[in-house]
Design a protein. Structure first.
Lengths: 396, 224
């Protein structure tokens, strides 16, 4: 029998029992829809993270201490940062010393990260000034009580463009607002606009003693090689820290590409996980098809006997039932893709998540629904094909 | 003289019921020529259902040989049996055995589907068969919308539509009132008159009397 005849038989059969066909299909619809929606969200998150990280600049190295004492001092010092700045291939260096503090302006208050740093911070971290000015060398040398606000922090405190020159209280100490940063937005895990920049010496004077850095941002010159510069920094810090050849580094140097790789591997795993969980419901949908096909073979035993008596071979019966199962799963798959697209568009709208679709995902979803139809349809179809015509004709 | 359409040579059919062997047919030999109208008669348990299954190529003999239209049936596999049924046999059953929720036309066209004949040709031939049996106005009715007599006539149309060498009718009047029953036996006689080979299987001596020749079965053997 040719495929057209089989399809016609299957469709006319499904039409005679629409409710059952619809309910059976629903299992596959839900399965495919959840695969499409969750994988779409996962892939959207992946591409958003990679875009955000790429926007931070690919010439950024971040030195982080790996050892911290109980008094809070770390294995990377501010002098280390000064020494790194002297290396060839290094364009700018911005050490960061941070502390969390309550901040208030007028009646508004919030808690945010106070980052003690140098004027180079803006270049290294790719920030730009929206209003006022950035930190100056003078303010850093003298440890002045001046603050540059991230946009989110400024908004939290109810400060606008005309707030330049006004006073804010950080940890109970008065600071003068000298600038507000242009918002960067984006970035999944933490808001890069929620912080206050103050001179590093000021943070040391009022909040965090010692000369340890939480991290040091290094901007590599355009014409310098990342790996060479990284190796130079490593050699310099090992020498300054007087590490023996057998000792491990007491710091880590991340570059943006590593972060990118790490982030996309994490969200790639997340996507797989989401897809895997969703596939379970697809399998459950497949079991639903198998169940209904087995019931159908039982109910239609006599029909199978009649068909065999008038000349149907085993293969004819097998293909008839298999095509029925496939029709259910394929229609379910196509509907599922539509529902999945609609649901993830909805999620994107209301939850502000990003989602992305690749044609390959959609094709894979439809193909897996077909696979489900074959896998779960073949056994009932074989049962039907193997029925003995005499017993089948006698079946009541 | 041409070879007979049907040749049974010492055919036995033995069923295995647990440890015991139950012979349903024992050493039956017979010949039916092309164009004959034969009734196989016997009480229930005489082996006539088994006879029908073997004649109809739904089952194979345990021992002995059966030749239908020159083909040795005992050696065929299931698919070859199916092809032989499709080509050579038309069934009429006691309980009509029409496909449920399927129009008379589609029911009659079904054997042609398994011969690989295209849809329009199937419908044309099925329509013609129904017309011949006076069911031209019932083509699009489903079995539940037809009377018993009409259903059996649809079944006869289905048996005819492939122009088979043999029409095998198993108690075709068993579920019908006497009037409809008489109609169906007349129909079978008419088919015989147009040259078809008809084998009628029945326990009813009056129905059997409509055939030209009667073969009586008792306890799995030919009685007379």
């Amino acid at each position: 029998m040719n495929p057209g005849e089989l399809l016609r038989l299957a469709l006319s059969r499904l039409r005679t029992n629409r409710l059952r066909a619809a309910l059976t299909m629903l299992g596959v619809v839900i399965g495919v829809a959840s695969v499409v929606a969750l994988v779409g969200v996962g892939q959207g998150t992946t591409s958003r993270i990679t875009n955000d990280l790429a926007s931070l600049g690919t010439n950024l190295l971040t030195i982080s201490p790996t050892e911290q004492d109980q008094d809070g001092s770390t294995s990377v010092s501010l002098e280390d940062a000064d020494a790194v700045a002297e290396l060839p291939g290094v364009a700018a260096v911005a050490p960061e010393v941070s502390t969390g503090q309550d901040v208030s302006a007028g009646d508004e208050s919030t808690t945010t990260a106070i980052v003690g740093t140098t004027p180079d911070y803006l270049d290294v971290r790719a920030h730009t000034i929206w209003q006022g000015t950035g930190l100056t060398d003078v303010s850093v040398e003298r440890g002045l009580r001046v603050a540059v606000l991230g946009k989110s922090t400024a908004d939290d405190l109810g400060l606008d463009a005309d707030a330049i020159g006004s006073e804010v209280s950080i940890g109970g100490i008065g600071f003068t607002v000298i600038g507000i940063l242009q918002p960067k937005g984006g970035a999944g895990f933490e808001d890069p606009d929620d912080m206050i920049l103050v001179p590093v010496a000021t943070v040391q004077k009022y909040f965090v003693g010692g000369d340890s850095a939480r991290s040091v941002g290094v901007s590599v010159a355009g014409d310098a090689d990342m790996d060479t510069t990284k190796a130079r920094i490593t050699a310099l810090l090992r020498e300054r820290h007087e590490l023996a050849a057998t000792d491990d580094d007491d710091f880590q140097i991340f570059d943006q590409t590593q972060l990118l790789a790490a982030a996309s591997s994490i969200s790639g795993t997340l996507t797989l996980l989401l897809g895997g969980i969703a596939s379970i419901s697809l399998v459950v949908g497949g079991i639903g098809i198998m169940n209904i096909m087995l019931v159908s073979v039982r109910e239609r035993t006599r029909e199978i006997g009649i068909r065999k008596a008038v000349g149907a071979r085993g293969l004819d019966i097998l293909s008839q039932f298999l095509v029925e199962a496939l029709t259910l799963s394929l229609l379910g798959g196509l509907l599922g893709v539509a529902v999945g697209l609609a649901v993830s568009a909805g999620i994107a709208q209301f939850a502000g998540w990003s989602f992305a679709f690749y044609p390959t995902t959609l094709i894979a979803a439809v193909l897996s629904s077909v696979l489900v139809g074959v896998v779960f349809g073949v056994w009932p179809a074989r049962q039907a094909a193997r029925l003995d015509p005499i017993a089948a004709l006698r079946y009541e | 003289m041409t070879a007979p359409l049907i040749t049974f040579d010492r055919v036995s059919r033995i069923y295995q019921m647990g440890a015991t062997q139950v012979p349903a047919l024992a050493d039956v030999s017979l010949e039916i020529a092309s164009g004959e109208f034969v009734a196989i008669v016997g009480p229930s348990g005489s082996g006539k259902s088994t006879m029908m299954h073997i004649l109809g190529c739904l089952d194979r003999p345990t021992h002995g040989s059966y030749r239908l239209d020159g083909t040795a049936v005992a050696e065929l596999d299931d698919d070859a049996l199916a092809r032989l049924r499709s080509r050579a046999i038309g069934f009429v059953f006691q309980s009509y055995n029409l496909l449920p929720r399927t129009s008379a036309l589609e029911n009659v066209a079904t054997p042609l589907l398994y011969q690989g004949i295209g849809r329009s040709e199937r419908r044309r031939r099925a329509g013609a068969a129904l017309e011949r049996l006076g069911l031209g106005d019932r083509m699009h009715h489903e079995p539940t919308e037809l009377s018993g007599g009409q259903q059996q006539r649809v079944a006869v149309a289905r048996a005819l539509v492939t122009e088979p060498a043999l029409i095998l009718a198993d108690e075709p009047t068993g579920n019908l009132d006497s009037h409809s029953g008489a109609e169906v036996t007349t129909l079978l006689r008419d088919l015989h008159a147009t040259g078809r080979t008809v084998v009628l299987i029945t326990h009813d001596v009056d129905v059997a009397a409509t055939a030209d020749r009667q073969i009586h079965l008792r306890d799995g053997r030919i009685a007379a």
